[in-house]
Design a protein around this ligand. Structure first.
Ligand code: AMP
Length: 552
């Protein structure tokens, strides 16, 4: 017998309309790409999204069509986040930091009909179209996300000669729209993986997966976003939906602070202080930039600021980073894990009641874990043959996940099965699971160092090395070894002005790691390569050090 409750579809439209009705004065603050601070609210965003939907309809956009963006975290991008999926079209947010070939590939593969861009990316798009005209042939319109006064002085002779101006486009349109009642499984958003090997692959989110992800992420044991919060996603809206913040903030009615194109520690600090942010989210490099800025100000007392939590994800949060953030701001550093294919939230680190009386160092041993999955996400670890491994916090294997906001197939690759026979998706991460459900990433499966049949975690080594006072960034890669198959090479970017030696670093590691994990050598570099999402680019390091030979 079936239940007798209403089968209302779970739609992003409901999030937008709910926010407009119940949180219409909830503030949205943007550090505008044109300069200055822009203020609006959920009521206005809904009205302007309706205007945008009318304009898009007139441009010929229909259900199932794709709109691509190259844009920062701004209120206009938020309007696209609402209008495009609510019309039944698909919003494809593109990471501008990808290689030109990858960017053009994504535009072609997504079959984008309209391309929106911030002023910052006008020269990039011009170059891309000049270099890859065929890939852009399906793009019918381009829109620059600004007003007439800030449109580039001259676009004649460029590939953007006919580009439209966002504000002009929506100006005369009506501010209500008859949003369609969509099937909740309708595609809503399309994000491509950064693709370290092969072409980027598209994760295609649905309205249903997005709503469930948003509901889950608001809960206290996840991101804990409520109407009382002021949330600043520094994680970009061009990468995995800024970890869901455009939707979960609208759902909860929290104030939303968008840092725009200004990715400096100074901007983050000023917005935290001036707008009273309580939760901010970003990758470790963002927090390092924030801490460096505070340091450059002479370490002012930040403990009275209202910030309560810094969510850290995207790559592992080192204990030294967690400690610095917590001490400097008297706030919680909350470690989280996820990926493009998991919408992204897969786990969040919250302490259990039984942890309250632990010592600081015992608590830190828990905080560095990637956290526990929220209800809805199931995890298991398996060996290379697919056998389940114990959840004892020791055994490690491939991390597999399943749930209603986890990818089941890549865009346009539905004939290619990416799930195991229990419908779990292979994350490509190697992890442990402990009896309390905490997941700890040991490594990316391709980064783990295979030494004499045992595995060494590059992440663990990097985290320990980061605790040395002279180290700004640390990366460990495996170097071929005649006896052990691979041995670790530690690559260090020293802090400005610091000159550590190999002995300083190895001396620091001594006693903090298993002896056989000790890197066989330490090298110093003056620039660390990063991926388009701010992670250390190990592929480049492997290339740079491909001929490296250990001398001992
Ligand atoms: P992306 O799809 O670009 O967001 O990358 C996802 C990958 O980033 C994951 O599969 C992990 O390898 C890595 N990652 C994300 N969060 C963390 C974290 N907290 N600690 C370690 N690695 C992480």
């Amino acid at each position: 017998m079936l239940g007798l409750m209403q089968d209302q579809p779970l739609l992003i439209t409901n999030i937008m309309e709910y926010a407009a009705l119940n949180h219409k004065d909830g503030e949205i603050v943007t550090k505008a790409v044109e300069g200055g601070i822009h203020r609006t609210n959920y009521g206005e965003i809904a009205k302007r999204s309706a205007k945008l939907a009318h304009a898009l309809t007139k441009l010929g956009l229909t259900q199932g069509d794709c709109v691509s963006t190259l844009a920062w975290n701004t209120y206009r991008h938020l309007e696209l986040y609402m209008a495009v999926p609510c019309m039944g079209a698909i919003l494809n947010t593109i990471n501008p930091r990808l290689f030109p070939q990858q960017l053009s590939y994504i535009v072609e593969h997504s079959e984008a009909k309209i391309l929106f861009m911030d002023l910052t990316f006008v020269p990039l798009v011009d170059k891309l179209i000049q270099a890859f005209p065929d890939q852009f042939s399906a793009v019918k319109h381009m829109v620059i996300m600004t007003d007439r006064a800030h449109m580039p002085a001259s676009l004649s002779g460029t590939a953007l000669e006919n580009a439209l101006c966002y504000e002009e486009l929506i100006e005369a349109e009506e501010d209500t729209y008859d949003w369609p009642k969509l099937d909740e499984n309708t595609a809503a958003g399309l994000c491509y993986t950064s693709g370290t090997t092969g072409e980027p692959k598209g994760a295609l989110y649905s309205h249903r997966s997005t709503v469930l992800h948003s509901l889950s992420s608001c809960s206290k044991d996840s991101l804990g976003i409520s109407k009382d919060d002021t949330v600043m996603p520094i994680v970009p809206m061009f990468h995995v939906n800024a970890w869901g913040t455009p939707y979960n903030t609208a759902m909860s009615g929290s104030k939303l602070v968008l840092p725009g194109a200004d990715m400096t520690g100074e901007n983050f600090y000023n917005l935290i202080k001036d707008e009273g942010c309580t939760i901010s989210l970003g990758v470790p490099t963002i927090w390092l930039a924030l801490l460096q800025h505070v340091n450059s100000l002479g370490d002012p007392d930040c403990t009275q600021l209202p910030i309560q939590s810094f969510v850290i994800g995207g790559s592992a949060a080192a204990p030294s980073l967690i400690e610095s953030l917590e001490k400097t701001f008297n706030a919680a550093a909350v470690h989280a894990w996820g990926m493009t294919e998991t919408s992204p939230l897969g786990s969040v680190n919250r302490q259990l009641a039984k942890h309250v009386n632990l010592t600081d160092s015992e608590k830190m041993a828990i905080k560095v874990k990637q956290g526990r999955p929220p209800f809805g996400v199931e995890m298991k670890i398996v060996d290379d043959e697919g056998n389940k491994l114990p959840r004892d916090g020791v055994a490690f294997g491939r991390l597999m996940v399943r749930g209603p906001w986890v990818t089941k197939a890549y865009f346009k690759q539905t004939d290619h099965n990416i799930l195991d026979d229990e419908d779990y998706f292979d994350t490509g991460d190697v992890s442990t699971l402990d009896p309390d459900g905490y997941m700890t990433i040991v490594d990316r499966s391709k980064d783990v160092i295979k030494s004499g049949g045992e595995w060494i975690s590059s992440i663990d080594l990097e985290n320990v090395a980061l605790g040395q006072a002279d180290v700004a960034e640390a990366a460990v890669i495996g170097i071929a070894h005649p006896k052990w198959q691979e041995r670790p090479l530690l690559i260090i970017l020293p802090k400005p002005g610091a000159n550590p030696t190999k002995d300083d670093i190895l001396g620091y590691l001594d006693g903090k790691i298993a002896k056989w994990w000790t890197p066989d050598d330490v090298v110093f570099i003056d620039q660390m390569p990063h991926t388009a999402t701010g992670k250390i680019q190990k592929r480049d390091l492997r290339e740079t050090f491909k001929d490296f030979k250990f001398t001992t």
